[in-house]
Design a protein around this ligand. Structure first.
Ligand code: UDX
Length: 454
């Protein structure tokens, strides 16, 4: 099928690359000419494992452009995957979505076209996009009834760092459409994924357990709500274990064991019960805020979701409190942060706890050093006013530090030569913000170790 993808962020580019890999003819559109030129040279705009490989494998079917006029007219399916950054008051800023919808209306082809909301959009956006496209279509002289198109919702559930695997081998595909023919187009598009009939790339083998991907076919509003409800639930699962962590510390319980014991109950599940600094990234904070804002428009409160947000915010403050408790004075101390990205395998710094923690420490007069295996360039570009001393290695961070904080659980941090790190520090204290370090080994190496929950 002919596909156009508007927006080459994590969602757009991953979706475009995977659909092209499956054999569809895909045009990826972005307003930024520099980004498009770089993509044409095979350079990825962000770090995502295997994205460049899939783009290279799919290059016969994948084109990049800044022009709607090139991509839209022939497209049978158009994905809107533009940014919906948080706006003031929690509701997302929809200006890019609006521009995309109008642009589609201006260039829509004569055949039936399905327009898919892939960006996380407020509930009810399907109808809004429909009216924007229709308006633009009529303005250019289209018939009163508008072009032959329909809007669908197809939320993505990809996690940064494993976005390609999550797209090719999803837990489920959700299609929201109010008319059957619209949904049919998307089944056809996704058939190779739904039936798992494509040849798996050697670098992303098909997990053995996967034979087919379940399809949830529903109405627009339900599909839109599924995305928010899922992300908010995962957020509150994390905040729940972090709240239990506070009590675990008081009563002398081991939060990792508590999480394991809870998680093995099949009704609960072990995933997203990793206690620590809490969530960051572009989705959980934004989506929980948007859910609360949408509910407020209907006169509803969402106390559970709001509490999850509050607990998450406090976890970052607790990092500073813990350091203060250990070092007594922060002014003039040197604190080393291991990891800047909001999670491993990405260079994304949106709502990254490390940035928040660094700022709080600097405000209190501490000197902050940091290392990240891939996010330091981005940190330099996006946080040039944040006075963090970036170091080429974890060893360089540790040199002369009063404390280390493991902020992002990059696997290589577990394997550091902790014995020599301890020797190079002014005081060998490590705050394991993700509960991943081997405490026995670290204690043997001469470290005092603490987590956020004791
Ligand atoms: C999330 C959703 O998982 C994905 O389905 C959605 O479409 C986009 O948002 P992402 O933000 O890429 O994906 O990362 P995810 O792996 O979900 O982690 C989010 C944050 O939660 C990270 O900061 C991570 O460190 C934190 N986290 C995760 C925990 O603190 N504990 C956990 O147990 C799991």
């Amino acid at each position: 099928m002919n596909v156009a993808i508007l927006g080459t962020g994590y969602v757009g580019l991953t979706t475009g690359a995977c659909l092209a890999y499956l054999g569809h003819q895909v045009y990826c559109v972005d307003a930024d000419p520099k980004k498009i030129e770089a993509l044409e040279r095979g350079e990825m705009p962000f770090f995502e494992p295997h994205l460049a490989d899939v783009v290279a494998d799919a290059k016969e079917n994948l084109r990049f452009t800044t022009e709607y006029a090139q991509a839209i007219p022939a497209a049978q399916v158009i994905f809107i995957a533009v940014g919906t950054p948080p706006g003031p008051g929690g509701a997302p800023d929809l200006r890019y979505l609006e521009a995309a919808a109008r642009g589609i209306g201006e260039y829509l082809g004569p055949h039936f076209t399905v327009i898919v909301n892939k960006s996380t959009v407020p509930i009810g956006s399907g109808n809004w996009v429909d009216s924007l496209v229709r308006d633009a279509f009529q303005k250019r002289g289209g018939s009163r009834a508008g072009g032959s198109f329909a809007v669908a919702s197809n939320p993505e559930f990809l996690r940064e760092g494993s976005a390609l695997g999550d797209t090719l081998y999803p837990d489920r595909v959700v299609v929201g459409a109010d008319e059957e023919p619209t949904a049919e187009v998307l089944y056809t598009l996704y058939r190779p994924i739904l039936e798992q009939t494509f040849t798996a790339p050697a670098y992303l083998p098909r997990p053995e357990a996967i034979e087919a991907a379940p399809l949830i076919s529903t109405d627009l509003a339900s599909a839109e709500l599924i995305k928010y409800a899922a992300n908010a639930f995962l957020s509150l699962k994390i905040s729940y274990i972090n709240e239990i962590g506070l009590l675990a510390e008081k009563v002398g319980a081991d939060i990792a064991q508590v999480a394991k014991g809870m998680g093995l109950d099949a009704r609960i599940g072990t995933r997203f019960l990793q206690a620590g600094i809490g969530w960051g990234g572009s989705c959980f904070g934004k989506d929980t805020a948007a859910l609360v804002a949408t509910a407020a428009e209907y006169g509803l409160h969402m106390p559970i979701v709001m509490a999850a947000r509050e607990v998450n915010k406090k976890q970052r403050e607790r990092v500073v409190d813990k350091l203060l408790g250990e070092l007594k004075i922060l002014k003039g101390r040197t604190i080393g942060l291991l990891g800047l990205a909001f999670k491993p395998n990405t260079d994304d710094l949106r709502d990254a706890p490390a940035v928040d923690i660094a700022k709080r420490l600097i405000e209190r007069g501490a000197r902050v050093k940091a290392h990240d295996p891939v996010a330091m360039d981005r940190f330099r570009q996006e946080h040039s006013n944040c006075e963090v001393l970036l170091c080429a290695s974890a060893e360089e961070v540790a040199e002369g530090c009063d404390a280390l904080v493991l902020v992002t659980e990059w696997p290589e941090y577990r394997e550091l030569d902790w014995e020599s790190l301890a020797k190079s520090m002014r005081s060998a204290f490590v705050l394991d913000g993700r509960l991943v370090l081997d405490r026995t080994r670290l204690s043997r190496a001469g470290f005092r170790v603490s987590g956020l929950a004791g």
